[in-house]
Design a protein around this ligand. Structure first.
Ligand SMILES: O=C(O)CCC(=O)C(=O)O
Length: 358
């Protein structure tokens, strides 16, 4: 029979605890976040008693398992490696995790992308969807380690649908991706942002609020605003919306963290985590990076800031899978009925909205 101390040590590591296997230190770690203790109880109960025989199965919830209220139990079911469990736990708790892509980026690919795109910028900061003409950008978007990690985190097939390449910091206000790119069910979207050079405190690093991904999905309506397809309406409302998020962070006592990123590191952020670009302290410095936005299969995809659900008016998106170049149909919860045709806004304005500039 296995020794109880070694069983406990194995469970601690399977639960995503990496530091030590000392029980006292583990208890202190559990107490750092109240949710951890509850999840540990779920985790142990599943390992001791197995699945519960009842009509509702937590796996059937329409939410990514990594954000599920049954996370502790689902983690036990998956029996991940220690490394995977620690990564999944970090993403669950912080809404953001770094992964190492140096093998794919630091082999000359970063320099190649920077050089190939240098004369392609029509905007001072970014290029959207360079993957259409640039094979290196496309290969970063389709990096197998990224795809594998996202499929582990979300438990569904991934749909890479948009790239943005930046040559300088964006200085973007704190926002969620959810308000630009939501899905039904919610939260099946994330961004993967890759440093193509070292990014420090002075060239506009990313910032984020760990834990903000656990808040409800708040769209314009929740902030007392209406979505609109008219730029003159949604643009000032967006400014109010980001101020709402700023006040929300203060009200919840959530603290901003700045992320320095080395060339070849990638940051995966959850759709609902509040993040943005810090001010550029050293004007003129570059900050080469690429973000790819990913949805997941089996959802409908829409833009909340252009929609009003309460009026039955939803701006569904036509997304293209970067892997195939094909449109991905919007799937209603339990079938694949295509979404109705859209009432379009102008291309230029739509582009700004989709880039998060509005
Ligand atoms: O690169 C940045 O500074 C921020 C990018 C961002 O927030 C986004 O793509 O959603």
């Amino acid at each position: 029979m296995s020794n109880p101390a070694s069983v406990l040590a194995t469970r601690m590591r399977g639960f995503g605890y990496t530091d030590k296997t000392d029980q006292g230190a583990f208890d202190a770690w559990l107490n750092e976040r109240p949710a951890r203790r509850l999840e540990w109880a779920q985790y142990q109960a599943y390992l001791d008693k197995g699945p519960r025989q009842s009509p509702f199965d937590p796996n059937s919830m329409n939410t990514p398992w990594v954000h599920s209220p049954f996370f502790g139990r689902l983690l036990a079911e998956k029996a991940l490696s220690e490394e995977q469990a620690a990564m999944v736990r970090a993403f669950h708790e912080d809404g953001l995790v770094k992964i190492d892509l140096r093998d794919a980026i630091c082999d000359g690919t970063a320099e190649q992308v920077i050089e190939e795109l240098a004369d392609k910028y029509t905007d001072p900061v970014r290029i959207q969807d360079a993957w259409r003409n640039n094979e290196d950008v496309k290969q970063i978007a389709l990096n197998p380690k990224v795809i594998e990690t996202l499929e582990l985190l979300y438990g569904r097939d991934v749909v890479p649908f948009q790239t943005l390449n930046f040559r300088v910091g964006t200085e973007q206000a704190g926002h969620t991706d959810t308000v630009h790119f939501d899905s039904m069910p919610h939260r099946f979207m994330c961004g993967v942002w890759v440093g193509l050079e070292d990014i420090d405190a002075n060239n506009g690093p990313l910032f984020y609020y760990p834990g903000s991904q656990l808040l409800p999905v708040y769209d314009f309506f929740d902030a007392g605003l209406e979505g609109s397809r008219k730029e003159e309406e949604f643009s000032p409302r967006y400014a109010t919306y980001v101020d709402f998020l700023d006040q929300l962070m203060e009200a919840h006592g959530l603290e901003k963290q700045t992320l320095t990123v080395n060339k070849g590191e990638a940051v995966i952020w959850s759709a609902n985590v509040i993040h943005g670009g810090s001010p550029i302290v050293e004007p003129g410095r570059s900050r080469h990076s690429q973000v790819t936005h990913y949805y997941f299969k089996g959802c409908s995809y829409y833009t909340p800031l252009l929609s009003n659900w309460h009026k039955g008016d939803v701006f569904f998106r036509d997304i293209t899978d970067i892997r195939t170049g094909e449109l991905v149909p919007n799937a209603y919860l339990f079938d694949d009925t295509p979404a109705p045709p859209q009432q379009r806004i102008g291309k230029r304005r739509a582009l700004k909205v989709l880039l998060g500039l509005e």
